[in-house]
Write a protein that binds this ligand. Structure first.
Ligand code: HEC
Ligand code: HEC
Ligand code: HEC
Ligand code: HEC
Ligand code: HEC
Ligand code: HEC
Ligand code: HEC
Ligand code: HEC
Length: 355
């Protein structure tokens, strides 16, 4: 009984301790229990106590980032941190010259539709939007929150090799005022052209779509979900081709290209969220063995399996055998998305096994 009362008391006290506007500093951004699709978040703190000199940001695996609050007339300090998939517990510890003053905690969830276990956020977490007047007001005094793209120098490019329309890119992307706070978004090896060039509003039109219509007005940089209309606005011609296919793939038809592709940048080829084989087997784990290739072959009586990776692909010189050697993830005119025409699965064998 006493223990119960004590733990209630402790709970009340600990609530007091994490309340935003207490202690030697305030966390202006982000809110705790936020959900992130990208792998970074920005931490912005405001000094409340003149003796506060340093804030340590403690991440998992004892990674510590030190924020020195050196400048005399400045009370707001900012730092971008990287997020790992799943929950990221971030501890912020404020110090004066000789002792610890305040300790606060943030929990931020990085989700992904193609990494098992990280598809859905835990209950109590939610997606917060940043770009509304109330938030931008906090940053306005030091950051330009009203981009005037027209004043930036541009150059015209015609990227005909990827069958894309012509468009203007910034001569120097670092001049974009999105750059300072969002430079992390293009750091992975394969950057996608519109993102690397900071043409963010090509996709972030501020409008919602079928799946996030209820979010419209919550951010001036919202993107339509499904996003495909924006993708096809540059990648011209492929819509007609893909949508006239007789064999369809659910994730493509729903228009959510971003399920498989990262629209900003990626460590993998074709801006994919995972290497191809891993991506396909995330949703089709039972096909990993390749048994289905031969097991379903009409003339086959054996239990043999067919390689699905780890060999050169005879039909695509220079590339490895993967699921997409035989299947086109965007649709085809064969059955089961096979890269062959007609109703017979074994037509595809001829791509690599010439008689
Ligand atoms: C008192 C001025 C000031 C205010 C107010 C301010 N910032 Fe900053 N911010 C800066 C400065 C200066 C930098 C450059 C890095 C540095 O010197 O700390 C910066 C850098 C950043 C960065 C990049 C950090 C990194 O690790 O590269 C982000 C993100 C950021 N600010 C976000 C914000 C947000 C969001 C707000 C409003 C909630 C905000 N800032 C309010 C002054 C400010
Ligand atoms: C002062 C820093 C700052 C500047 C400048 C800035 N952003 Fe942001 N933006 C943020 C923060 C903070 C978030 C919340 C996510 C996070 O923690 O990184 C955010 C979130 C977003 C989001 C997700 C939707 C939302 O509203 O939360 C989009 C899209 C976005 N920014 C686009 C842009 C674009 C485009 C520009 C340039 C025109 C821009 N941002 C300029 C700080 C900034
Ligand atoms: C080709 C289209 C496209 C371009 C260009 C683009 N984005 Fe995005 N962005 C998206 C989509 C789609 C999402 C939805 C989340 C996802 O798929 O990861 C998104 C999500 C975001 C988010 C939210 C991530 C989170 O943690 O929840 C931020 C922030 C963002 N974009 C910033 C930017 C910035 C800054 C630029 C310019 C450098 C940019 N985007 C360019 C399509 C785009
Ligand atoms: C503003 C024009 C523009 C928009 C919008 C755009 N792209 Fe691109 N995309 C390009 C350009 C230019 C390239 C070639 C350079 C590169 O790889 O980044 C490209 C390349 C790609 C590639 C790699 C192609 C290859 O053969 O390696 C993929 C995949 C891709 N885009 C997917 C998308 C998706 C998915 C969307 C929507 C979320 C989208 N793009 C929206 C201009 C655009
Ligand atoms: C189920 C996952 C998946 C979805 C959904 C998806 N893609 Fe792809 N995409 C891939 C894979 C895998 C490749 C690489 C194919 C290969 O091996 O040649 C690719 C390649 C591409 C390429 C490079 C050239 C080509 O034509 O193959 C472009 C452009 C592209 N995708 C755009 C899109 C657009 C636009 C959408 C949404 C309408 C989309 N993708 C939806 C998986 C996907
Ligand atoms: C996000 C989950 C997801 C990913 C990733 C994914 N698929 Fe699928 N796939 C589905 C769903 C759902 C269906 C069944 C519904 C449909 O196609 O309409 C399907 C169906 C299929 C089919 C059967 C189509 C038919 O005609 O019956 C094939 C073949 C296939 N996928 C191949 C692939 C390949 C190859 C990849 C990797 C490039 C891949 N899938 C990646 C979700 C996914
Ligand atoms: C060497 C060619 C080849 C490779 C590689 C291959 N497949 Fe297939 N796949 C086929 C053939 C042939 C069929 C038709 C089977 C039938 O007739 O039932 C098929 C059918 C499918 C189907 C739909 C049939 C069903 O039973 O649901 C899915 C889903 C699928 N493959 C996914 C994959 C995935 C995921 C990979 C990579 C791990 C992969 N395939 C690799 C040739 C291939
Ligand atoms: C995209 C290319 C490709 C396609 C299409 C393809 N194969 Fe293969 N197949 C391979 C490769 C690569 C190997 C491995 C060759 C080696 O190890 O030397 C292989 C090996 C085989 C083997 C020997 C298996 C073993 O365990 O050694 C058989 C049998 C076979 N394939 C049958 C088929 C049949 C039936 C189809 C049509 C349903 C088919 N293949 C379609 C590329 C392909």
């Amino acid at each position: 009984m006493l223990r119960g009362i004590l733990s209630v008391l402790f709970f009340v006290f600990s609530l007091g301790a994490v309340e935003a506007k207490s202690g030697s500093f305030e966390i202006l951004k982000p809110e705790s229990k936020g959900v992130y699709d990208e792998d970074y978040a920005s931490i912005v703190i405001k000094r409340l106590d003149a003796s506060l000199q340093k804030v340590s940001i403690v991440l998992a695996d004892d990674v510590i980032i030190e924020l020195k609050l050196g400048e005399k007339d400045r009370d707001v300090y900012c730092k971008t941190i990287n997020l790992k998939l799943g929950n990221n517990r971030v501890i912020l510890v404020g110090y004066s010259a000789d002792k610890e003053l305040t300790r606060k905690e943030l929990n931020l969830f990085h989700r992904s539709e193609v990494y098992e276990g990280f598809v859905d956020e835990p209950s109590g977490y939610k997606r917060n939007f940043f770009h509304i007047n109330k938030n931008e007001k906090l940053c306005k005094s030091c950051h330009n929150m009203n981009p005037d793209k027209n004043s930036l120098k541009k150059k015209h490019i015609s990227p005909s090799e990827i069958n894309s329309r012509d468009f203007d890119i910034l001569e120097n992307p670092e001049d974009s005022n999105c750059y300072e706070c969002h430079k992390t978004i293009t750091y992975r090896k394969n950057g996608h052209a519109p993102s690397v060039n900071f043409l963010c509003t090509e996709c972030h039109t501020g409008k919602g779509g079928e799946f996030n219509l209820q979010d419209e007005g919550k951010s001036k940089y919202l993107m339509p979900d499904p996003i495909m209309g924006r993708c096809f606005s540059c990648h011209e011609g492929i819509k007609e081709k893909w949508f006239s296919n007789t064999s369809e793939h659910g994730p493509l038809r729903s228009g959510r290209c971003n399920k498989c592709h990262n629209p900003h940048s990626s460590a993998y080829e074709f801006h994919l969220r995972k290497p191809i084989w891993d991506l396909c087997t995330t949703c089709h784990s039972e096909k990993a063995t390749g048994k289905h290739v031969i097991g379903s072959f009409v003339f086959s009586r054996n239990e043999g399996s067919h390689p699905t990776r780890g060999r050169p692909d005879p039909s695509r010189p220079g590339r490895e055998l993967v699921c997409s050697s035989c299947h086109n993830p965007h649709g085809s005119n064969g059955i089961f998305l096979l890269r062959s025409k007609g109703k017979r699965a074994f037509n595809v064998c001829q791509r690599c096994h010439k008689k």
